[in-house]
Design a protein around this ligand. Structure first.
Ligand code: MN
Length: 244
């Protein structure tokens, strides 16, 4: 029996019943625990705390949430821009830089892949429905577990190997997406309309995978792909831990 290995999971803050509270969807912690990891939810801290926040964990998960402030990628706000969270943006950008400096295995999901791309110098599509030509519908009234569009994954990529498929059908709950891919990242997944659905670090010195869909909502799905992704993350996280 392997011991549970701790990984940091980002969260947001939100006023709920009159108090500012820390919040993260339970699906993330369930999916990580099911994969054999111990999810530890990080509060939103100052950027200068990011490096210390990663001490004692063997991986980082950047979770979904608000739109990234377009000022972070030198764009003016689109009329369809949703809620932004300046403090969360600042902390998560610092977490990306701290994780990169220590080569900490990192899984970025939805907003996570967006803040990752911005942290490394890329841009975002602020509103797919109004800014993209002939888009698929990426944000509908469907269930969070509904597999609604196909994704084409680059053969041989870390993401393809992790999923065990090059053509998954995924869930989709986003109105923004990666725009210009950061120079240091490899684009490894696209929806049929060309929207970026996955990126990764191209070399073996950092296990970094980002996806635009929500694998944490699909870990108990009939199809094994999203479980496989968490299993691949767990494997690399465990590899980084020295058992004394
Ligand atoms: Mn999508």
């Amino acid at each position: 029996m392997h011991p549970l290995v701790p990984v940091a999971v980002t969260a947001t803050t939100e006023i709920i019943r009159g108090a500012l509270r820390l919040r993260v969807n339970v699906a993330y912690t369930q999916a990580l625990r099911a994969a054999g990891l111990l999810p530890l939810v990080l509060p939103v801290l100052d950027p200068e705390d990011a490096d210390a926040a990663l001490d004692g964990v063997a991986g980082l998960v950047l979770t979904g949430g608000e739109d990234v402030d377009p000022a972070r990628y030198r764009a003016t706000p689109h009329p369809k821009l949703g809620d932004v969270h300046a403090g969360r943006d600042a902390f998560e950008i610092a977490l990306v830089q701290a994780a990169r400096a220590r080569g900490l295995p990192t899984l970025a999901i939805c907003r996570g892949v967006q803040i990752l791309n911005v942290a490394l110098g890329g841009t975002l599509v602020q509103d797919i429905a109004t800014e993209w030509t002939n888009p698929n519908v990426h944000d509908g009234e469907w269930a969070r577990t509904a597999r609604v569009h196909e994704v084409e994954i680059t053969p041989g990529s870390r993401l393809a190997r992790a999923l065990g498929t090059e053509r998954p059908v995924v869930n989709s709950m986003h109105h923004q997406a990666v725009g210009t891919v950061a120079p240091s990242l490899a684009m490894v997944a696209r929806a049929p309309d060309g929207i970026v659905e996955g990126v990764e670090w191209p070399t073996d010195d950092w296990w970094l995978v980002g996806v635009q869909w929500h694998p944490e909502e699909l870990w108990a799905s009939d199809e094994p792909w999203d479980r496989n992704l968490f299993a691949a993350f767990t494997e690399v996280v465990r590899r980084g831990v020295t058992v004394s």
